[in-house]
Ligand binder design. Sequence first.
Ligand code: ATP
Ligand code: MG
Length: 196
Amino acid sequence: MTQKRRLGIMGGTFDPIHHGHLVAASEVAHVFSLDEVVFVPTGISSHKETQRITPAEDRYLMAVIATASNPRFSVSRIDIERPGATYTVDTLRDMRKLHTDADLFFITGADALAKMLDWQDTAELFELAHFIGVTRPGHRLADPGLPDGRVSLMEVPALSISSTECRDRVRAGEPIWYLVPDGIVQYIGKRGLYRD
Ligand code: ATP
Ligand code: MG
């Protein structure tokens, strides 16, 4: 009997991608024996429409740069190529169509998971994928009656890095070395991102 492929999906704005994202993906891949983790940068995020976000192409390229050296990590353009705001259910429907043979695991920070379960059609979401909520310092997941077997919560090495902090640091002229991969520091500098 052949095992089904186990495919992790990590959605995010990735503005910019940082070591918190990468450690979380790596740790979940290890614990859940995933064959691959696909990073999926959002188009216009449904939560962040009002904020100014960096062009999708820059966020996509940073995700490619950050994941290039890991043979189990890849990056998908499905969300940035779909017009309009990004909803997780669309991401999962598209991934389902592309990977008919795989079991899908949606990886998300506890903060994002709590928001998602608040206002999206969870029944369909849970049919499409197994959800893995990773805890992140400062965000406790208030248990809103999580359905059994559909959501796993997992602690990842405590990384309090956020993209917001990275952007603020660049704007203030502070270093972001070691918060993000070296190539991301260089890409941000080269493109002059986050300097207003
Ligand atoms: P921002 O500060 O702009 O909201 P962010 O750091 O939260 O950015 P996102 O692109 O919003 O990054 O997050 C993508 C996913 O990664 C979300 O599910 C989020 O909860 C999770 N995540 C973000 N930072 C961490 C971290 N340090 N550890 C674990 N998960 C994280
Ligand atoms: Mg966030």
